[in-house]
Design a protein around this ligand. Structure first.
Ligand SMILES: Nc1ncnc2c1ncn2[C@@H]1O[C@H](COP(=O)(O)OP(=O)(O)OP(=O)(O)O)[C@@H](O)[C@H]1O
Ligand SMILES: [Mg+2]
Length: 276
């Protein structure tokens, strides 16, 4: 069905039980993404294929282009050139809201929560639900009670027990709790793809573990996840494949089975090159 040629994929190191994931066409593809900022090369022609039911980790040093890559894919940046395909069809998102409407939820590294709003309102930002019947359709009244209840369920599902009151303003939450709200939002609404840029950077050990569990649950339910992280043990625990970003380019794609953490970091820093 697709006119895009798939990127070469070595399934040698993909466990037997996961191979079916790679029989299907990629849900999301990026080809030759290029973006420059003045003289800084953000991306120098990056390719990516993401499959349903996989966690694709993206690792790389500071400034390697990880955030830029996902921003170009999700409409936060417009690449100078290159193409993005969702379900085999070309897309060009002008803003993150467009990607969201197409089923791609992103938690950006710089958090997209509005501090003065409460948790429930943040979860439903830009997708507020109206009251049933004429109160909603004619008077445009928001279903605040329903949103609060469903927000509570989303947060509970993620296992964030430290958040007790959904009516609490996000500005009164701790940094980690704010991050958890953003992740809960993505998990609750991502229908095809969930992109998480450093979702556990501000989280404590227990909360990080919960986010990782949630990532695996979303993956097992058939969603495709892009997980950017500097935490190598997390990456090696949760990822099916690992895209290594280096100096604006992709230095290779490995799996936790094909390379150990030390080897992955060596490729990331340029101490070793991937010969494939
Ligand atoms: N809006 C921008 N204007 C100018 N330069 C930018 C902009 N966005 C990104 N860059 C540059 O592009 C390069 C890649 O940045 P990016 O944020 O993608 O790195 P990263 O891999 O996410 O790093 P980190 O691990 O620190 O989050 C950097 O040199 C950065 O300064
Ligand atoms: Mg970044």
């Amino acid at each position: 069905m697709s006119t895009i040629e798939r990127l070469p994929l070595s399934i040698d190191h993909i466990p037997e039980e996961k191979r079916a994931v790679y029989d299907a066409e990629p849900i999301l593809s990026a080809r030759n993404l290029v973006i420059t900022f003045g003289r800084v090369v953000g991306l120098d022609g990056v390719n990516l294929d993401l499959y349903r039911g996989e966690v694709l980790a993206v690792i790389g040093d500071n400034g390697a282009g990880k955030s830029t890559l996902i921003k170009c894919i999700t409409g936060a940046y417009t690449p100078d050139s290159g193409d993005v395909f969702l379900d085999g069809a070309p897309v060009s998102f002008k803003r993150p809201q467009d990607a969201r409407e197409a089923g791609i939820e992103t938690v950006y590294q710089q958090l997209a929560v509005i501090p003065a709003l409460d948790i429930a309102s943040n979860l439903y930002l830009a997708r507020e639900e109206r009251r049933p019947g004429p109160l909603g359709s004619v008077l445009r009244m928001l279903d605040k009670k329903g949103m609060k209840q469903r927000a509570g369920e989303a947060v509970e599902k993620l296992g964030i027990q430290t958040i007790q009151n959904m009516g609490q303003a996000v500005e009164t939450l701790s940094g980690g709790q704010r991050q958890a709200v953003a992740v809960a939002r993505a998990a609750a609404f991502g229908s095809k793809v969930v992109v998480l840029d450093e979702p556990t950077a501000a989280l404590g050990v227990k909360e990080s573990g919960m986010v990782l569990d949630m990532v695996k649950q979303l993956r097992d339910s058939g969603l495709a996840i892009i997980l950017i992280s500097h935490n190598m043990p997390h990456v090696w625990e949760a990822a099916d494949r690992i895209h290594i970003q280096r100096l604006g380019g992709c230095a290779g794609v490995i799996t936790p089975q094909s390379h150990d953490m030390g080897e992955g970091v060596a490729i990331m820093t340029g101490a070793r090159t991937l010969t494939s």
